[in-house]
Design a binder for this molecule. Structure first.
Ligand code: SAM
Ligand code: SF4
Length: 473
């Protein structure tokens, strides 16, 4: 078994660099305080990493701006999951050339999943000479040192792929909001689905120690956050690398026992590891939302095998049936890929029939995107992209009908809603149900951040309209 290293106070050796960055920026900042523009692309794991980057920057004396033009540091935290995401990053980096010309002291940094790929680092080296700092996901906790080196030397600094066997604790987090909080419980992935770049760029699967997760959960709850999402590429294999292995269901149950007024959810669980024990904990929990995001990717057993998903359509449907039997109000969401190499139209129809059978609340839908270094990128892919877009539209239409039907079935019911923000329509608020459905209703902004009982009066596509029935004590 691989040995993992736990760094309890992971930023200890970074403290001197943090102070030196602060001293340099006191002199070099264009305004009274150094300003950073930080933009994160991609999944929630990346958003969570972005919050750590902002936490470290804050400790180094930086404030934040939404205007690139005003920034002393522009940092893009990138995503490599699909080509489209990569193209957007390259386009946005290219556009920084002119800003950098106007403000030569500005530092431009790129980090995240894309930077762990050799061909990307090479392209940046050759085509984007104005980028000062490049670091990958494994170097996150060394960011202060790397930033210091880039500022001090004036030369470009590139660091990738150093270590994927370490769990680093103690990185400060500057959360993006004050209602919802991301809580990573594990990093990396060992599943190697044949289409996916994540195991190649985020390294081996490694869990945080249970006590570290519980401590952060307690701190999040006592700070007043109301909606906590446990994060991991495959939360169901949580705990396997720990000295005293703990199952995900056990962890979920331990967090659920922390007193307070909050909701608890998690993503993503992998169907091959989803257990009845986990479903039972969900059904019995006090705080756990009856919302399960369980990506099925394809409804065809042949395609699932080629994807290296390690479960069958039947196994998936069996788990869904069990979950529905334990939680009749369960809201199901999922990820699905259209046009995997070699997928036939008949096999795609099996995906549609699974969607019809499960009746998901919503779906994250993707057209297959070949990723360098993955087995699927080398597979024969005879169906033209244009044809895949036609299948994709067919899928969206099926899902839209299901979502509209599900929404309509809620009219007349009263649901607990976590009020998140003003909806954009005068006098109206917007919030979400346990099942992650958006509900809009007239109300006073003082309700933002609290739980309310809302009677659903109308369904408009996937948005529900309602009226306040009561507040939740
Ligand atoms: N670990 C999660 C899981 O197994 O479900 C998902 C992580 S991945 C960042 C999010 C989703 O992106 C996947 O579930 C999959 O549907 C999609 N995805 C990943 N690689 C893809 C590719 N090469 N082409 C299209 N979609 C892809
Ligand atoms: Fe990618 Fe599969 Fe790991 Fe999810 S489980 S991150 S899809 S390899």
């Amino acid at each position: 078994m691989t040995e993992f290293q736990f760094l309890q106070d992971g930023l200890k050796d970074q403290q001197p660099y943090m102070q030196m960055v602060q001293s340099i920026m006191e002199v070099r900042a264009r305004g009274p305080q150094p300003l950073a523009f930080v933009h994160t692309y991609g999944c929630q794991q990346n958003v969570s990493d972005g919050e750590k980057i902002k936490g470290m920057l804050q400790q180094m004396g930086y404030s934040f701006t939404d205007r690139q033009e005003d920034a002393d540091l522009i940092l893009f935290n990138t995503c490599a999951v699909r080509e489209h995401a990569e193209d957007r990053v390259f386009g946005n980096v290219g556009a920084l050339k002119n800003i950098k010309r106007r403000h030569p002291s500005m530092l431009i940094a790129l980090c995240g999943c894309m930077m762990e790929q050799e061909h990307v680092a090479e392209k940046i080296r050759k085509s984007f000479p104005f980028v000062n700092l490049v670091f990958g996901t494994h170097s996150l906790h060394r960011f202060p040192q790397l930033l210091y080196e880039a500022l001090f030397s004036g030369k470009r600094v590139i660091e990738r792929g150093v270590d994927d066997h370490t769990v680093v604790e103690g990185i400060p987090v500057r959360r993006d909001g004050d209602i919802k909080a991301w809580l990573p419980i594990m990093y990396g992935c060992d599943n190697f689905c044949s289409y996916c770049v994540v195991p190649h760029v985020r390294g081996r699967e490694r869990s945080r120690k249970t006590e570290a997760v519980l401590q952060e959960a307690r701190q999040i709850i006592s700070s007043g956050y109301k909606d906590i999402t446990l994060l991991g590429q495959n939360v169901n294999s949580y705990g396997k690398n720990l000295e005293h292995p703990v199952s995900f269901a056990q962890l979920l149950s331990q967090i659920d026992r922390i007193p307070g007024e909050y909701w608890l959810r998690f993503m993503t669980s992998h169907p091959k590891d989803a257990t009845k024990e986990m479903i039972d904990v969900m059904a019995q929990g006090e705080h756990i939302c009856h919302h399960l995001h369980l990506p099925f990717q394809s409804g065809s057993n042949r395609v699932l095998k080629a994807m290296n998903r390690k479960y069958t359509r039947e196994k998936y449907l069996e788990m869904i049936a069990y979950a529905k039997s334990k939680m009749p109000d369960l809201s199901l969401t999922s990820d699905v890929i259209v046009g995997f190499p070699g997928e036939t139209y008949e096999e795609f129809q099996e995906t549609l029939s699974l969607i019809r059978e499960v009746e998901f609340t919503s779906l994250f839908t993707f057209i297959f995107s070949p990723r360098v270094g993955t087995p699927a990128a080398k597979m024969d892919d005879p169906v033209p992209y244009k044809e895949k877009t036609v299948w994709f539209s067919e899928l969206l239409k099926v899902q839209e009908e299901i979502a509209a039907k599900r929404c309509a079935s809620l009219v007349g019911q009263t649901h607990t809603v976590l009020v998140e923000e003003e909806s954009g329509h005068p006098g109206e608020l917007s919030g979400r149900t346990q099942g992650n459905m958006i509900v809009e209703f007239p109300g006073d902004p003082s309700l933002i951040g609290s739980f309310a009982q809302v009677k659903i009066t109308k369904a408009r596509n996937w948005i529900l309209k309602g009226e306040l029935a009561a507040l939740v004590d």
